[in-house]
Design a binder for this molecule. Structure first.
Ligand SMILES: [Zn+2]
Length: 102
């Protein structure tokens, strides 16, 4: 067997291993980036879920008066005269007195 040829083969193999090693390093970095991105997204998702849960709780636990006031501000009657209908003439004295009473 030709010693020169063997030496060239080993050198070539060494070069390919070197290239594979670099490729492996790049892949490891990509995996690391993906893991970090995934963790970030998970944390973000947990935060959003917690926030929307808090919002839902706030809405649930808001007092009846808060809810009525909110409905009134959104433009609906809360008085027993026109309860639930759209307020078309601005403020309603019946609603306002109802809010003050409650
Ligand atoms: Zn009203």
């Amino acid at each position: 067997m030709d010693k020169q040829s063997l030496f060239v083969q080993v050198a070539n193999l060494e070069e390919r291993i070197g290239e594979l090693y670099v490729e492996l390093g790049t892949l490891k970095q990509k995996i690391q980036d993906l893991i970090e991105e995934n963790q970030r997204l998970q944390r973000e998702n947990e935060r959003f879920q917690a926030e929307s849960l808090d919002e839902a709780k706030t809405l649930e636990t808001g007092s009846a008066q808060d809810n009525l006031l909110r409905i009134y501000r959104e433009g609906f009657h809360i008085c027993n005269v026109k309860y639930g209908s759209l307020r078309t003439e601005g403020e309603c004295l019946f609603c306002l007195s109802f809010i003050q009473k409650s």
